[in-house]
Design a protein around this ligand. Structure first.
Ligand SMILES: Nc1ncnc2c1ncn2[C@@H]1O[C@H](COP(=O)(O)OP(=O)(O)OP(=O)(O)O)[C@@H](O)[C@H]1O
Length: 518
């Protein structure tokens, strides 16, 4: 007979001992001893299951500590909180740590339903599914704490009879982790910006504004990918310099970067400029023929500035070249393979132009795999001061001067809108350095349109002050100032479209460009 069978049959016993731990010790008789090991005097049961035999020595120890050692004492001395529920969700046990972690006296939860305490507690789900659940990072909403939790179901005769949960407080670790992540992000951001900063310095590009540096670091990521890039932004913000930066950081950096200003070339010449022509292709063509910009840029990058000004018919041709990677020079009989990365730039609202059928949608999608918006100078905070100092030094050197800028000039620079952006700032400094005859550039040394911008920008100020200021200018200065204002206003009305601006003003594109440069 097996020991377990003897135990089942056994009725008379000289001692039975239920321990506080829930274990049960039952004596075995002298006759039964033979079935067990020689020194066994009792067997131990836990939850009705026989778990082994004990000898006299063991029994003595257990008896002497009968009151001292119990399950509750153990569970109250661990770092984890323990809570146990019956199958209806009613709490029948919670250890000390439970109230330490959750800040709730145990008396308040014992006998309560978990559903009332934490309606979406995970343990409710375990009661429903009978499946254990482990979570490393569980938030307890009612106390705003994070815990690492293990929940197990209890089974009795194959049925779920309850569940218990063991969890420890990881709120501090969680906060620490979050802080570490935050610090890492800051460090990443810092090193990205630092790298962007170094790249800028290499090319003498000035800028420390956070958004500007962010844009540069994104461009650094896009640079080696070889995708087409569309650069957008107002006149003179530095779109071309941005294109250079991308090229210099691309895999094509040792090959040429060729720039074409689609607005500055007369319409009938753009095609030959881009694709070249064979000898004698048309009347007036050079005898030797002409190599187009696409061919010149082979292996490198082609920068198509003012792409919005490209005539529709050429847009189709450009699209074909981009799709097929081949050009066909004017008058040529065969196509030539070219490997060119395109970076295009514009100040025009291409989306509106697509609606008006002035720009091809398919070309638009082909060009703007990635778009970068270069912010206006006025929106770059202190960068205007950095740029002003950089160009002041440059022109001081160039014109052998040692000028400084006065405080009110700096203040004006920060306040002024700079419609012509960095280019306008450069021209302003060049003008002032050349004309200043003292050692400090003050308001009087600035170009009149900048010095008097408040009067010019604000029509209400055209009264007394304005006429007084304007009367201080000579005729040439006054005419220049009005001319500039007319050009900028017309550009604004035409949404930056230079073709339309020239048509409205009745001037050639070249003249417009020269005047914008001025
Ligand atoms: N961050 C900068 N640091 C130094 N120089 C700059 C910076 N941005 C622009 N510039 C200078 O400003 C002038 C105008 O820049 P750029 O030609 O790149 O502008 P753009 O946006 O392409 O102009 P447009 O719209 O007329 O084509 C150039 O001389 C350029 O070198």
């Amino acid at each position: 007979m097996k020991l377990s069978e003897i135990m089942k049959e056994k009725t008379s016993k000289s001692f039975d001992l239920t321990l506080n731990s829930g274990m049960y010790i039952q004596e075995i008789s002298k006759e039964e001893i033979n079935l067990c090991s020689q020194e066994s005097i009792g067997i131990v049961k836990d939850s009705g299951e026989i778990i082994g035999e004990i000898n006299t020595e063991q029994l003595k120890f257990i008896k002497s500590n009968y009151d001292k050692w119990n399950t509750s004492m153990i569970l109250n001395n661990i770092e984890e909180a323990v809570i146990a529920l019956d199958k209806t969700g009613r709490i029948f046990y919670a250890n000390k740590m439970y109230s330490v972690i959750l800040g709730v006296p145990r008396a308040k939860v014992l006998g309560k339903f978990i559903q009332e305490i934490e309606a979406d507690a995970s343990i409710i789900n375990v009661l429903k599914t009978g499946k254990p659940l482990f979570r490393n990072n569980q938030r307890i909403k009612s106390v705003d704490k994070y815990v690492s939790v293990k929940i197990y179901p209890f089974y009795e005769e194959g049925e779920i009879s309850g569940a218990y949960s063991i969890f420890n407080d990881i709120t501090e670790i969680q906060n620490l982790n979050r802080e570490v992540t935050r610090i890492n992000n800051v460090a990443d951001e810092y090193s990205r910006q630092n790298r962007a900063h170094q790249e800028l310095r290499k090319l003498n590009v000035i800028g420390e504004d956070r958004h500007y540096l962010d844009l540069i670091s994104k461009a650094m990521v896009a640079a080696p990918t070889d995708v087409s890039v569309l650069i957008r932004g107002e006149n003179g913000v530095g779109k071309e310099i941005f294109a250079k930066l991308i090229h210099k950081n691309s895999l094509r950096k040792d090959k040429p970067l060729i720039s074409v200003n689609c607005a500055a070339i007369p319409e009938n010449l753009i095609e030959s400029e881009l694709f070249g022509y064979e000898e004698g292709a048309f009347t007036g063509a050079s005898k030797k023929g002409k190599v187009g910009k696409f061919k010149l840029a082979d292996g490198g990058t082609l920068f198509l500035d003012e792409i919005g000004d490209m005539p529709l018919i050429l847009q189709s041709k450009l699209l074909r070249v981009l799709q097929e990677g081949e050009i066909e020079p004017i008058g040529g009989k065969k196509s030539i393979k070219v490997d060119v990365r395109i970076i295009a730039a514009t100040n025009q609202p291409l989306e509106k132009m697509i609606e008006k059928r002035q720009f091809r949608q398919d070309l638009y999608y082909r060009l703007n795999a990635i778009t970068f918006f270069v912010p206006a100078l006025h929106d770059r905070g202190n960068d205007v001061i950095l740029l002003a100092n950089f160009f002041l030094n440059k022109f001081n050197e160039e014109y052998a001067k040692d000028l400084v800028l006065s405080r009110e000039v700096y203040e004006l620079f920060l306040d002024y809108q700079w419609p012509g952006n960095v280019r306008e700032l450069i021209n302003c400094l060049k003008f002032s350095v050349i004309l200043c005859s003292r050692n400090r550039i003050t308001m009087e040394d600035l170009p009149p349109n900048i010095r008097n911008y408040k009067q010019i920008d604000n029509p209400n100020m055209h009264g007394k002050t304005s006429s007084q200021e304007i009367s201080e200018m000579n005729l040439k200065e006054r005419l220049k100032q009005y001319e500039k204002q007319i050009i900028l206003d017309t550009l604004k009305i035409c949404d930056g479209n230079k073709q339309k601006t020239t048509e409205r003003l009745g001037i050639s594109k070249r003249t417009l460009y020269r005047k914008l440069e001025e």
